[in-house]
Write a protein that binds this ligand. Structure first.
Ligand code: GP9
Length: 436
C-alpha cells in the first residue's frame, strides 16, 4: 500500500516537472544509435603521449556534441548489465544481485518500448554469446524486436578477453546489418551496439595497434590505455562507415561508458603523479602529490556521456552532475517520449542534481558522501567534513533506493498499471499521459 502511494507520488512528480526546453523534440523521429562503450573511462580522455591522445575520436565527438563531463554510471555487481538496465529504464540496479539475471520477468517501461510506441523498430547488437548476462531473455523483457549476438556474426577476429568478436569487426559487420534492417523495415530504428574488446585484463597487448604510453609501458594502466586506443580506432571506423552508407543523415548517436576499468588505485595514480623531470613518481611527502591526488579522486569512476549528431554541432559541455538514471529522461525530452516511472532528471532542465549510488553513496556539485566510510568529502578542498548533518539527506537517498528496489522486487509497474486500468489512481488527465 505504502509503495503504491510512493509510486503514485513519483509518477505525479514526473508528470508535473516535465517542462519544455530548447532541446525538446530536437531528435524526434530520428534513428537512434546507442553505443554501450565497454570500460570507457573519463580520465583517459585527457591523457596525451608521444603518439597523441588515447581517445582522439571520442574527444572529437565530445567537442562536437553535447558532452556531459560529470557523468557517473550507477552500476552494482551487475556491471555492464546494470548499466544497460539503468540506461534503458531510469531505475537503479538492485543492490543485492543482478536484475538481468534474477528479475528479467518483471514489467519495465523502457526506451525500447517508448520508441516502439512511436513506430520504431528496436534492436540490440553484441559480439558475445547471447546468454551472457541472460541477455537473450532480458533484451526481450526490455522490448527489443531483435538481438544480434555472437552466432549472428562471422567471428573473424578476436581481441582481449576472448569473450567474442573484436570491436572493429563487430562494428563493420553491424553496419551491414543496420543497413539491411533499415531497408527491410522502412521505419525509424533504434539500435544498441554493445562493445567488448576494451575489457579487463587488457593484456592482449600484441594485438593492439602500436601506441606508446611512455613511462606506463608494461603496467596494467598502460595496457588499458593501449586497449582503449584500439577501441577508439574501432569507434572511428564505425562512425565513418555509417556515414559512408548515409546512415547518419537523419540520426542521433548516444554514447556512454558503462563502468570503470577495474584497475588498481596505485596504477591509476601512475597516470597523475609522474614527475617528467626526474622520471620518478611523486610520493605523499611531495606537495604536488596532494593536488594531483585531489584531481585523481574527482576524475575516477566518471565515464563519458555524449549525445552527437552529424548535422547538429552543439560544441557544448554540461558540468551538472549526472548519473545513468538521468540518461533516459535527458534523451527522452530530445526524442519526444516520456517515461512516467523514471527516477532520474532531464539534465538540460536542472541546475543542481544528486547522483545516488546503489550502496547509498551519493554526490552533488560540491560533495561526495561515501556510504562505506560514512564520510562526507568536499570536492573543493578534498578534505573530510567533520560532523555534517546528513540525516535528512541520507533518509531521502535511502527512500529513493528503496523505491527503486521495490519497483523491481515487487513488479510494482505491472501492479500500478492494473490500478490505472481500473482508474483507481491519478486524475483522467494524468492517466492519459501514462505509458501502459
Ligand atoms: C559481456 C560484456 C562485458 O558480454 O558486456 O560484461 P562485464 O564483464 O563488463 O559486465
Amino acid at each position: 500500500e505504502e509503495a503504491t502511494v510512493l509510486l503514485e507520488d513519483l509518477v505525479e512528480n514526473n508528470i508535473d516537472k516535465q517542462n519544455k526546453n530548447e532541446y525538446t523534440d530536437i531528435f524526434k523521429g530520428k534513428d537512434v544509435y546507442v553505443i554501450h562503450y565497454e570500460s570507457a573511462e573519463r580520465f583517459a580522455m585527457d591523457l596525451e603521449f608521444e603518439d597523441g591522445s588515447v581517445t582522439p575520436f571520442l574527444n572529437k565527438m565530445a567537442s562536437e556534441g553535447l558532452y556531459f563531463d560529470n557523468f557517473y554510471p550507477q552500476h552494482s555487481v551487475g556491471t555492464s548489465s546494470d548499466s544497460e538496465f539503468t540506461f534503458n529504464t531510469s531505475l537503479l540496479p538492485i543492490n543485492n544481485g543482478t536484475v538481468f539475471m534474477t528479475h528479467a520477468d518483471r514489467n519495465y517501461v523502457s526506451l525500447q518500448k517508448l520508441l516502439k510506441d512511436k513506430g520504431y523498430y528496436t534492436m540490440s547488437m553484441h559480439g558475445n554469446n547471447g546468454d551472457f548476462w541472460n541477455r537473450n531473455v532480458m533484451h526481450k523483457t526490455l522490448g527489443y524486436d531483435k538481438f544480434f549476438s555472437k552466432d549472428d556474426y562471422v567471428i573473424d577476429e578476436e581481441i582481449g578477453l576472448g569473450l567474442g568478436l573484436s570491436d572493429k569487426s563487430f562494428f563493420n559487420q553491424s553496419i551491414q546489418k543496420i543497413k539491411q534492417v533499415k531497408q527491410e523495415q522502412q521505419k525509424p530504428i533504434m539500435s544498441t551496439l554493445i562493445t567488448l574488446s576494451n575489457h579487463y585484463p587488457f593484456d592482449d597487448v600484441e594485438k593492439y595497434p602500436g601506441f606508446n604510453v611512455g613511462h606506463l609501458e608494461g603496467t596494467d594502466i598502460g595496457n588499458y590505455l593501449k586497449s582503449y586506443h584500439y577501441a577508439d580506432l574501432a569507434l572511428q571506423s564505425f562512425i565513418e562507415g555509417m556515414d559512408r552508407e548515409g546512415l547518419l543523415d537523419n540520426a542521433v548517436v548516444v554514447l556512454y561508458g558503462d563502468h570503470h576499468a577495474k584497475i588498481s588505485t596505485d596504477d591509476y595514480r601512475k597516470t597523475f603523479n609522474y614527475n617528467q623531470d626526474t622520471g620518478e613518481y611523486y610520493t605523499k611527502e611531495d606537495p604536488e602529490y596532494t593536488a594531483m591526488n585531489g584531481r585523481f579522486k574527482k576524475q575516477l569512476k566518471r565515464t563519458p556521456f555524449i549525445v552527437w549528431s552529424k548535422d547538429k554541432q552543439f560544441n557544448e559541455t554540461i558540468n551538472t552532475p549526472m548519473g545513468m538514471v538521468d540518461a533516459l529522461p535527458t534523451i527522452s525530452n530530445m526524442l519526444g517520449i516520456f517515461n512516467p516511472y523514471q527516477l532520474g532528471n532531464d539534465i538540460m532542465s536542472v541546475k543542481e542534481n544528486n547522483v545516488v549510488f546503489p550502496d547509498g553513496s551519493w554526490l552533488n556539485k560540491k560533495h561526495f558522501y561515501s556510504a562505506s566510510s560514512s564520510k562526507l568529502y568536499s570536492f573543493e578542498s578534498d578534505e573530510v567534513i567533520e560532523n555534517p548533518n546528513l540525516i535528512v539527506t541520507n533518509e531521502m537517498i535511502d527512500k529513493k533506493i528503496d523505491l527503486s528496489n521495490n519497483i523491481i522486487q515487487n513488479d510494482l509497474i505491472r501492479f500500478f498499471n492494473g490500478l490505472l486500468a481500473h482508474q483507481k489512481v491519478l486524475t483522467p488527465e494524468k492517466r492519459s499521459m501514462m505509458y501502459m
